[in-house]
Design a protein around this ligand. Structure first.
Ligand code: MOS
Length: 737
């Protein structure tokens, strides 16, 4: 099915069995908490050998000398692989459109392009032996001066290509409109490098059967992984089998696969044994990707009543030498607020650093940290309530695409949020509310995240137990995919949850969009819905019941005076059906986003600058909600990350040597329980029939998109201190307080 028309009423709307929207517990929950879910590294195989990566200790140059003798003769060592003897692999191929499918060779030659690049792989009988032998590899480097500091190299900023959509947009004429605006705001915000900090590292077990390689790993995108391995190892895709049934967090860092996948496959082929390989926590900072640091300039031109006439958002972000990824931080500024004259710009600065790439809500997560604080600044300047300022700038249609919104309930979210949070109690004058040494403040931000539908396929089968099995090369990165696909199939087929089995994460199954960009549920869920509808047709036909009359309930098809058990229809060969969805005209004819409003209350210690977030509320509208519990978990998870991006998270670059100095979770700070207050997340009723047959919209990345700005704005309200460089560390607050 191609999404060319609004979706008509269907079984999901009817929800006769009540599965849709129910707060069903995660079906993988018990497996995970009891250790029964096998993550990437946790496949136990006979004869497995263990790998350890030796990383480059310089950021740019070449390997001038390499002595592996001691490592090679260390106890238990089976293999020391370097560029001298690594099997042939394909080099980078930029012409492959899909960036995550481009080859990713390792140990290709003696060149070093970034700190931490793998330069040797040691494989041994045990992990400890591999690690010990890796420490014996001796390397001499010929070091070249690298360029690491974005600010020092602004002159080299380039306009990126169109691979992520146009980097520049213009409507009307921004500059003259801004020059004439009676009220102006012109501010620069910076956000630091963020890492994904998944609990599960990148990890693989690889083995070969003849010419086919099996790789059990941790990836958000099974199909991309299969293609990347095939391209790198120069194999037909059918000779690469990827399995990724359980994933301990992805957040964009596992959209592509990295050295653990490629090197375990190469080593396993060489040794004729399964090889396990994981990145260490420290290695993940340099061998995988990060969210680039950004500098963002926002200009708002408004009338005295707060109505925006001109709006611009310019973004500079770091990118690896060979790459063209830019952090699309101005994306939401294209359509969030009305203004006749507007522009967005994205520029990238290529440096000798590891790859910058997607991280949870690429664009909005850091773009809203700037835009939503700039709106707060404008509100303060005009003495207009920040909620009211947003209400006054509500567009009638998408101001850049000039098409209607599919659904947009930002106004409703703002009203409902303000009411529930007790916003009217906020003192608009900053720095006025004190409780002893604590300064108290409230802040808010509008929330938005783009909605997408991707190509996805699914197969469902009915067996002689009357059970239904759903198979798709989709993944569950901790978001709840197993659970929502079960709910969808159970609802459409009229079965209890325990009669539906969902199998994910295997490249042998029909290809799906994978988990990313908040499109996982809509894409794989729609394919599952369509497959179940197709199965019903086959069941009716097989039962000899007119489809128009057929009712599917309680494990029986009934109609035309007959009643046939599902189990009878599943006998022998069983029945099987496929469903496929792809995007169509609806995404061109309508502007599709999810929306929300978030509110935060903070206390700032007037002596130490310490910030405690006291409470947070998010009110969201993201289409139909498939599962009240998993949706809420995604929302509050995003809000917690918002606290982190406002207050804690920052990968600190050593500008002399081009590496991230705080490369572990002791020094790269993410919020812990003590940082996280009572958080409430509410979804408003919404049905979006332009989005997909389920009428849902993306929500995984919605919670983070603006959350940090609500915290930052609360700090301003508490203290009168406006910090435009994230994170808002206590030393920065104290300096200005
Ligand atoms: Mo998301 S950053 O597209 O996994």
């Amino acid at each position: 099915m191609k999404m060319d028309q609004p979706s008509p009423p269907n079984a999901i709307d009817e929800n006769r069995h009540g599965h849709i929207g129910a707060p069903m517990d995660r079906v993988d929950g018990l497996l995970k908490v009891t250790g029964a879910a096998a993550y990437g590294y946790e496949l136990h195989m006979e004869g497995v050998a263990y790998g350890w990566i030796v990383e480059a200790a310089v950021a740019k140059g070449r390997i001038a000398g390499l002595d592996t003798a001691a490592a090679g003769s260390a106890p238990g060592v089976l293999l020391v692989m370097t560029h001298r003897d690594a099997p042939p692999q394909s080099g980078f191929l930029k012409e492959i459109d899909q960036r995550f499918e481009r080859p990713r060779p390792y140990l290709l030659d003696d060149g070093i392009a970034r700190y931490g690049e793998p330069i040797a792989l040691v494989v041994a009988e045990t992990l400890e032996q591999a690690r010990d032998a890796a420490s014996l590899v001796r390397v001499q480097y010929e070091t070249q001066a690298g360029e690491f500091d974005m600010r020092e190299h602004f002159h080299s900023a380039e306009k990126p290509g169109d691979s992520q959509g146009p980097p520049d947009t213009d409507e009307g004429e921004f500059e003259p409109a801004f020059a004439e605006a009676p009220v102006k705001l012109d501010v620069e915000y910076t956000t630091p490098t963020h890492i994904h900090a998944q609990i599960e590292p990148h990890a693989s077990v690889a083995w070969w059967e003849g010419e086919r390689v099996h790789i059990h790993c941790s990836t958000q995108m099974v199909e991309h992984a299969q293609q990347r391995v095939a391209h790198t190892l120069q194999l037909p895709p059918g000779q690469v089998h990827i399995m990724s049934p359980f994933i301990g967090g992805g957040f964009g860092g596992k959209l592509p696969v990295f050295a653990d996948v490629i090197l375990s496959a190469l080593a396993s082929k060489r040794l004729g044994r399964p090889v396990k390989l994981a990145l260490t926590r420290q290695q993940m900072f340099h061998v995988s990707t990060h969210r680039a640091e950004t500098l963002q300039r926002i200009r708002l031109g408004a009338a005295q009543d707060g109505r925006l006439a001109a709006i611009s958002h310019e973004v500079w972000s770091q990118c690896a030498r060979h790459d063209d990824f830019y952090e699309p931080a101005a994306n939401q500024t294209k359509s969030l607020y009305a203004a006749a004259d507007r522009m967005t710009r994205h520029r990238l600065i290529r440096l000798d650093l590891p790859d910058a790439d997607s991280c949870r809500a690429p664009g909005e997560a850091v773009g809203m940290l700037a835009l939503e604080c700039a709106m707060d600044e404008l509100a303060h300047q005009l003495k207009i309530d920040p909620v009211e300022l947003r209400l006054r700038n509500e567009p009638a249609q998408d101001p850049q695409k000039h098409v209607p919104y599919s659904t947009r309930q930002l106004v409703q979210c703002l009203h409902e949020g303000a009411k529930r949070f007790g916003w009217q109690a906020r003192n608009p004058e900053p720095g006025q509310v004190r409780e002893g040494r604590w300064r108290i403040g409230m802040g808010m931000a509008a929330i938005t995240r783009s909605n997408h539908l991707m190509k996805a396929k699914c197969k469902v089968s009915l067996d002689e137990e009357g059970d239904v099995t759903v198979r798709t090369a989709m993944t569950d990165i901790g978001t709840g995919t197993y659970t929502i696909l079960k709910q969808i199939a159970a609802e459409v087929l009229g079965l209890p949850g325990e009669k539906v089995h969902v199998l994910l994460g295997d490249s042998d199954w029909p290809h799906s969009a994978g988990s990313g960009g908040s499109f996982g549920a809509s894409s794989s869920g729609s394919a599952t819905y369509l497959a179940c509808e197709a199965l019903k047709q086959k069941m009716a036909l097989s039962a000899g019941i007119d489809m128009e009359q057929a009712r599917f309930e309680g494990g029986k098809v009934e109609g035309s005076g007959k009643s046939v058990h599902y189990a009878a229809l599943g006998r022998g060969e069983g029945l099987e059906a496929e469903g496929a969805i792809e995007p169509g005209q609806m995404e061109k004819q309508f502007s599709q986003q999810s929306y929300g409003a978030e509110f935060a209350e903070v206390a700032v210690d007037s002596e130490s600058g310490e910030v405690r977030v006291r409470r947070m509320l998010g009110v969201f509208a993201a289409g139909r909600i498939l599962n009240a519990k998993t949706a809420r978990s995604q929302a509050i998870g995003g809000m917690i990350w918002g606290i982190g991006s406002a207050l804690h998270e920052e990968a600190v670059l050593d500008k002399r040597f081009g590496f991230f100095a705080n490369h572990d979770l002791a020094e790269y700070h993410v919020p812990v329980h003590a940082d996280v207050p009572a958080i409430e997340a509410i979804f408003l009723p919404e049905i979006d029939d332009k989005a997909n047959p389920l009428k849902i919209k993306g929500l995984g990345e919605l919670g983070i998109s603006g959350a940090g700005a609500a915290v930052a704005n609360a700090i301003f309200n508490a203290t009168g201190v406006r910090i435009r460089d994230y994170p808002l560390r206590l030393d920065r607050i104290l300096q200005l307080a």
